[in-house]
Design a binder for this molecule. Structure first.
Ligand SMILES: [Fe+2]
Length: 163
């Protein structure tokens, strides 16, 4: 891949994940509101704070490239968020709601991990060390969130099954 092409790909990916992070910022309060378990509510609230940091890091990466923090709409994240909304519509008030919310949230985390993994690798390849560091920090927070959700998934599945 020519360096010019990889730069263009990198910039496009940044705009895409920037849109994603903003969609997630809007979605997490709804997820926190819907969650039954206090631990899950707290996990969503904590991740909301982290997500504000993710947006700030992206702003810095755009700044390093002398670019504006543009957002490019991405259907993939809109579909994943829609699935979370459907969990609330279908399972609200039931014992399986938390398990459904967690599964939807983990799909979002895995999507973000895939995107940040690629972006970080491209930043390394382009010798954008500071950008790569910032992207790696966010990637690691997404991974931690995914691990926490896996733990909570076990609890919530137990609870749902005991109903
Ligand atoms: Fe994020």
């Amino acid at each position: 891949v020519a360096k010019k092409d990889l730069s263009a790909l990198f910039l496009h990916g940044l705009k895409d994940i920037n849109f994603t992070e903003h969609v997630i910022l809007d979605s997490l309060p709804i997820m926190a509101d819907a969650a039954t378990s206090p631990n899950l509510k707290k996990a969503f609230e904590t991740h909301l704070q982290q997500t504000e940091g993710h947006v700030q890091r992206l702003d810095r990466v755009f700044g390093l490239l002398d670019e504006k923090p543009v957002q490019v709409p991405c259907d993939a994240i809109l579909g994943l968020i829609r699935e979370g909304d459907e969990m609330v519509e279908k399972f609200d008030g039931g014992r399986a709601l938390d398990a459904g919310l967690i599964a939807a949230a983990q799909a979002v985390e895995h999507y973000e991990m895939a995107r940040y993994g690629a972006l970080q690798a491209w930043a390394e390849e382009l010798h954008l060390r500071e950008a790569a560091d910032l992207l790696r920090q966010t990637l690691s927070e997404e991974k931690q969130t995914d691990l926490l959700l896996s733990k909570l998934a076990q609890e919530s599945a137990n609870r749902a099954a005991s109903g």
